[in-house]
Design a protein around this ligand. Sequence first.
Ligand code: UT7
Length: 329
Amino acid sequence: MIAAGITGISGWVPEYRLTNDELSTMVDTTDEWIMQRIGIKERRILKGGLATSDMGTEAVKKLLEKTGTKPGEIDLVITATITPDMQFPSVSTLICHKAGLTNAWGYDLAAACSGFLFALTTAEKFITSGAHKKVIVVGADMMSAITDYTDRTTCPLFGDGAGAVLLEPVEEGLGLIDNILEVDGSGYKNLHMKAGGSLRPASIETVQNREHYVFQEGQAVFKVAVSKMADVSVDIMKRNKVKPEELKWLVPHQANMRIIEAVARRMGINKEQVMINIQKYGNTTAATIPLCLWEYESRIKKGDNVILAAFGGGFTWGSVYLKWAYDPK
Ligand code: UT7
């Protein structure tokens, strides 16, 4: 049986920092409210006519350089995103072109904030089946493209960024061990984009009604996010017999500091076991988990028990249990 594991990680965020102070000149909000209710200090915003594939390409180029991989060695790219540059072609296709991945094929996967977990689990199958040797999973979103900067209930939440991991065969017993992935389409009404798809194609009316932005019933989403993310994280610990003190890292989706704290409490772990960078980047949707891994990479050791957990639009949610496959370089 071939085991699949992450063997390299990289991230890229735009330079522009949209601070809470700047946001409070745009909508009726304050740094104090945002810090207390969400825990975000600033988020990065992509400017200059660039898009999701540009962030993904930068992350992939850095990943190749870092891992000493030639572009032609990559077999497949799977990008998790809900903000593709355009409806088609896919972001993965554009990344293959821009990063010179001449022997790779690729496609996108849409599962909102759980996208990275769904893509990682899908990519794993190409390695464990023996079909491919080197697969890149990208989590990238330009949330500023679908954020309504006149709506104070959603605009403080989101930011732009991209993370990328290399997945390869690893020593047996390391890498991806288990996953629990779930969806509930009835949750769509509390978190979705009203127009721009086949149900309500773009029209003057949809633009005038500001329907091309994230719509969210915050409180309803908050409650389900805490319970579902905690349920699957506790379940995956139990069925793999990982005690709270044996878990080295929880890598939670970064949507709200209060959600992260509640999930950690339910799992019986303390803050030192949790990767957190929400204060710097906000919710970058599919990019939150790889961006956390990228920032904490130097502190993760071979054999560490790591649980990735996410909840997002759909609803979609899940947890992935892995044993880290390499020591910091
Ligand atoms: O990643 C995808 C999944 N998404 C999530 O996990 C997000 C889940 N939801 C949340 O994180 C939170 O619900 C929010 C951060 C979106 C909102 O926080 P909340 O504590 O649930 O606030 P609320 O919606 O209950 O609003 C409380 C009050 C309201 O005022 P009133 O009606 O009590 O007078 C809002 O109008 O806070 C007001 N408010 C604000 N005040 C200052 C809402 N947004 C703001 C704001 N600044 N930006």
